[in-house]
Design a protein around this ligand. Structure first.
Ligand SMILES: Cc1cc2nc3c(=O)[nH]c(=O)nc-3n(C[C@H](O)[C@H](O)[C@H](O)COP(=O)(O)OP(=O)(O)OC[C@H]3O[C@@H](n4cnc5c(N)ncnc54)[C@H](O)[C@@H]3O)c2cc1C
Length: 435
């Protein structure tokens, strides 16, 4: 047994670790088990306290790539960053990338991850052509829209519970090179954010905003809106500095109400926040945090929580729920400095339990200050519930069973697809009777 945690570094669980290296091997007889990708989920969706984690990073082989059609087949432990390294020289890029490229293909499918272009292309599952699913009874199912389609939909966003994804065939999208051209604009409030999103979504593939959630009053809902498209640019690509590593975990997190307010003021006022024409390398634009490995240590030994919700409805509904959240966060003094706001598009997700749905999605980081933080997150949950929204399991370590079942009323439909040899700490927490 080894003690392990995910990206939020809380909770920690004792688990048996088994590294997979050959996709043709039978699954070990060590139940309950759960596939583990690269541990970039923030909470316990990739943890299995008391059980076994199947470490999939050893399943890292490319199987085929057609530079004419952009169809790639690989094992499920390949990272998106490795795909980009292979296919970008031929002008192909993953159709959907989350805020880090350091995730595996298996993890991307199991959480049906989304990116800054959800309003255009939907989520990761929309670009999966087919995958192979190995079950603990030895069966291997080929799953696509036409072949075992119900297994295809249960496994996309299926939280790793339906079996081990061994390989996947993905449709990549064409890009002209490494550059993204666009601009950044400060906005004074949420009304201005929604106007910018409305005016930008048709013209720009990527849209996203940073939100200042440490300030209320006249500064409530202010932030910086960024938008961009892949563009052709003839200048030589500047070398991107190799990532650095945060070398140690500070004994006490320097992230607190004061430091967040100061950071937010400086970040909001910096000249680059208002720039009419910017050319970014795709790495700092799409994956800004990948330049500092192990940045999660900054939150200290107690770790941190991420809270990501989606709030549906009209712009007026979304604005009032967001304002209520921002006021509650500002009052708590626990302000988050990584606050990201985006509007999802209308494309229905394919997965039975996929998180993306039309509405505004807000993602926030909070240092773990024990009861005070848990109470704040409960309060945010009541706003999300009242708004008819949902919380993203990939980012969660604490939502109650009743909240989960409220957010995902179809959750019981996953049960027949769950491999009897598989389970997770997350699933055991939310799969309980609430009556
Ligand atoms: C900096 C940062 C930014 C992020 N930004 C976004 C974002 O913009 N959008 C977004 O959607 N997410 C985002 N995330 C979350 C991240 O993309 C997801 O949690 C992703 O699923 C992590 O993939 P992983 O390979 O690390 O898998 P893990 O976290 O290890 O596992 C995730 C799930 O996948 C399952 N799984 C893994 N491999 C397999 C397999 N082979 N077969 C079956 N199941 C498997 C696991 O059991 C688990 O349930 C971000 C995370 C970080 C750290």
């Amino acid at each position: 047994m080894a003690s392990g945690s995910s990206w939020g570094r809380w909770p920690r669980h004792e688990q048996r670790l088994i590294a997979l290296t050959n996709r043709f091997d039978a699954l070990p007889d060590s139940q309950p088990m759960l596939p583990f990708g690269n541990g970039r989920s923030y909470g316990d969706v990739c943890l299995n306290g008391g059980g076994t984690l199947l470490l999939t990073r050893g399943l890292d082989r490319f199987i085929s790539f057609d530079p004419v059609s952009g169809v790639l087949e690989c094992e499920a432990g390949v990272l998106l960053s490795e795909i980009i390294g292979l296919t970008l020289p031929d002008g192909w890029f993953p159709a959907v990338t989350p805020g880090t490229a350091l995730i595996t293909v298996g993890g991307a499918i199991a959480n049906d991850v989304h990116g800054k272009n959800h309003h255009r292309v939907g989520s990761f599952g929309h670009h999966v052509i087919e995958f192979e699913l190995r079950r603990s009874d030895g069966q291997v199912l080929r799953c696509s829209r036409d072949c075992n389609p119900e297994w295809f939909c249960a496994t996309i966003g299926g939280l790793g519970l339906t079996g081990l994804i061994r390989t996947a065939r993905l449709q990549l999208r064409r890009v002209p090179g490494v550059w993204i051209g666009g601009d950044s604009q400060r906005f004074p409030n949420l009304e201005a954010f929604f106007e910018l999103a409305e005016n930008s979504d048709a013209e720009y593939e990527y849209t996203v905003a940073w939100l200042d959630c440490a300030n209320a009053g006249s500064k409530l809902g202010r932030g910086i809106f960024m938008r961009g498209n892949h563009v052709q640019h003839d200048g030589a690509a500047r070398a991107i500095a190799p990532p650095r590593t945060l070398p140690f975990t500070p004994p006490i997190s320097p992230i607190n109400g004061y430091s967040v307010r100061l950071f937010n003021e400086l970040y909001f006022r910096r000249p680059a926040a208002q720039s009419s024409k910017t050319l970014w390398h795709y790495q700092p634009f799409l994956f800004p945090l990948d330049g500092l490995l192990q940045w999660n240590r900054i939150y200290g030994p107690r770790g941190f929580f991420q809270y990501q919700c989606v709030l549906p409805g009209s712009v007026t509904d979304e604005t009032s729920a967001l304002q209520e959240m921002l006021r509650r966060i500002a009052r708590s003094g626990l302000g988050s400095f990584l606050a990201v706001l985006k509007r999802f598009g209308l494309k229905p997700s394919l997965g039975l339990l996929s998180f993306p749905r039309p509405g505004a999605t807000l993602a926030l980081d909070f240092p773990n200050r024990g009861e005070a933080t848990l109470q704040l997150l409960e309060d945010l949950d009541s706003i999300t519930r009242a708004a008819g929204g949902a919380v993203y399991p990939a980012k969660d370590a604490r939502m109650s069973a009743s909240s989960f079942q409220h957010y995902f009323p179809q959750w019981q439909q996953l049960r027949p697809f769950i491999d009897p040899g598989f389970s997770s700490s997350f699933w055991r927490r939310v799969n309980t009777s609430t009556t």
